[in-house]
Each structure stands twice: as C-alpha cells, then as structure tokens.
Write a protein that binds this ligand. Structure first.
Ligand SMILES: [Cu+2]
Length: 352
C-alpha cells in the first residue's frame, strides 16, 4: 500500500517537475514602463509582442487606466460606457435653475464586463478573460496569466482601442528570447514612443482650430493644441479630437464648477447583491446643449458660463461626434477644460 502511494507520488512529480522547473515568467508593462513628461501618456503594451513556451506566465504590470482582456473567437470588444437600463440622468438643474435637455436620457455607466475580473489566471482559448480595471485612485495593479497551449493569442486593453499585444506560445523545442532580452525590447519601444511624442508636440494646428490631443501610435497627449487661443468677437472655433484612443470634452465654465464635474466624473454607486456600478456624471459626458443645436458662447451660458461638448471621440462604435464648433459673441477670457483628464486646461481670449 505504502509502496503504491510512493510510486504514485513519484510519477506525479516526474510529470510535473520538468514543466515546473522550466516555466518562466515574463513581465509586460501595460502603459509606460518608466516616467513620462506631464500631459503625456503612452497607451501600449511594452513589449507589444512576446514569444513564450507552454506553461510560461506573463505578469502584466498596469500603469494607467487599462485592463487586459482575452476575447474568444467571435466575441466583439465590449464598449466601455453603456446606458444603465431603466435609469434617468434626471433632475439636474443648471446655475440659472433650468433643467438640461438630458433630464430623461439614461445614465451612462462603466460596462461591468470591462470593469470586473473574469477567468481563472490560466488562459482558456474558448473563454473570455479579463484583469478588470484598476482602482481609479491608484491606476496600478498586476495581473498574471499562464498560457498552456501553443498558439497565437491577441489580448486587448478594452479602454484604449488599438492597444493590443500578441503572445505567441511556441513548442519547447524552439528557442525564445530570455526575459531580460524581452525587457530590453520593451525599453527600446518606450524610447521610440517618447521620441515620437516630442515630434508630435511641436505640431501647430490650423487657424481657429483647437485640437484636443495630437496623437499617433501609442502616443496620447493630454493637452490642447494650442492651450491659449486669441480670436475676435464673432469668430467660430472648431474644437476637434485627434486621438484614436482617448475621448475628451471641451467644457467651459468657472473652474470650481467644471472641477467638481471632473472629480465626480465616474463614481461608484452601491448595487444590491453585486459590485458597485460605476456611473458617469451626466454633466460631464452629455453635451450641455441638445444634439444639433448651434453652440454660441456668451460667457453667461446656463447662468454661470457652462457649456460642454460632452464626450468627443473618433470611435465609430460610439454615438459621440469628434468635433464641435463654438461661436464666441462677447469679449473676455474664458477657461475651458477636459473633465476626463486632470490638468487638461485651456483658455480662449475674445477681443473686440
Ligand atoms: Cu481629455
């Protein structure tokens, strides 16, 4: 009896030991693997391609508002923001006491399929897996995924369209770069991203145009180009989002008012029998004026100078426009900001 059990243990150890001894862990940065200048983000996996052996693991080090998801064949990337069924944005009054047009529109929330973790930590090619989103306060986290079967796997960040990594799992008989070599590749990719960012930052937009971001590849500038614009009274300015990955808003109004919207942009709200729902502040994500209405800025809109484009992006899968045109009819210097990204601010000075 004892002999039998000992033999069984011995066989088990022999089956597991070789894989266990050889299995390696590779580190991938999700977001920049080092310090970046103010107002810059690099939305990419570093490295963006990786070759590993069966039973190797990848440790994803999250740095920013990212997740890591595997979509089984046939599954489309789920959207980040979805309407909350049966909800109403409702009963928000502006500074003059009037309701906003979106009173009866549904609240928008962060899609729980994107926000919540899914899967076991061992990649199943037939099943959805997700790290879940990092906490909004730290924006860091780590996620370890083990790959058992040789194949080519593409993983996505569901927040940033186009942000993907390809993991090739090849048989043990094939040689692959060691983890240290992979880190060197990641750093080279990082330096190339910083270099591209510097080139993009030198950009000057056309007349009477403000770009929110000026982006390419993994580079996302979280600033306006230009940050300060001077125009004549009666002129119209085009505010345009240039990013493939980042939505922005153009939000005019006193900083105390727009800052409060930014701080409460996505707030967890309790849900009975479930994790909290992350609901977007309608004042931030909806345009302040009904869709299609001309935007005319007087400095006194809605009683306190509030005028919001709502979410602007270039994603064809969202209903959001990518630009707005605003006509300025009164002299003054007006502050605006993006309520999604901290410290993304600008001014328009209107001269007589
Ligand atoms: Cu922004």
């Amino acid at each position: 009896m004892h002999k039998l059990r000992a033999a069984a243990i011995c066989v088990t150890v022999m089956l597991l030991a070789p894989a266990g001894a050889l299995a390696k862990t590779f580190t991938v940065a999700v977001g920049p693997p080092g310090k970046v200048p103010a107002h810059l983000d690099l939305s990419a996996f570093f490295p963006s391609a990786l070759t590993i052996h069966p039973d190797d693991s990848v440790r994803f080090q999250i740095n920013g508002f990212h997740d890591i998801a595997y979509l089984p064949p046939g599954m489309a990337p789920p959207p980040l923001a979805i309407p909350e069924p049966g909800s109403r944005a409702g009963y928000i009054r502006d500074a003059a006491g009037a309701p906003f047009w979106f009173d009866s529109a549904p609240k928008l929330r962060v899609n729980p399929i994107v926000a919540q973790p899914a899967g076991t930590g061992l990649l199943d090619p037939a099943a959805y897996a997700n790290s879940g989103l990092p906490s909004r306060s730290t924006l860091t986290g780590s996620y370890v995924l083990r790959f058992a079967r040789p194949s080519t796997y593409r993983l996505y960040c569901l927040v940033h369209r186009g942000m993907t990594i390809v993991v090739r799992v090849v048989p043990r008989s094939r040689r692959i770069p060691a983890p240290a070599r992979v880190q060197a590749t990641a750093q080279a990719q990082f330096r190339a991203g910083l270099h591209l960012a510097r080139r993009l930052e030198a950009f000057r937009p056309p007349r009477l145009t403000v770009l929110a971001g000026h982006d390419a590849g993994p580079v996302s500038w979280m600033r306006f180009f230009p940050e300060h614009l001077r125009i004549r009274v009666g002129q119209t300015v085009t505010f345009r989002v240039d990013s493939m990955m980042e939505p922005h808003t153009i939000t005019f109004g006193p900083e105390s008012y727009t800052g409060a919207i930014e701080r409460t942009l996505n707030e967890p709200q309790p849900v009975p029998d479930g994790p909290p729902a992350v609901v977007f502040n309608p004042l931030g994500v909806y345009p302040s004026e009904p869709p299609g209405a001309p935007l005319i800025y007087t400095g006194a809109n809605h009683g306190n100078g509030f005028l919001n484009s709502g979410m602007l992006d270039t994603d064809p899968h969202t209903p959001n426009p990518s630009s707005v045109r605003i006509r300025f009819t009164r002299p003054g210097t007006y502050h605006f900001e993006c309520v999604i990204h901290p410290d993304m601010d600008g001014t328009v000075t209107v001269t007589p």
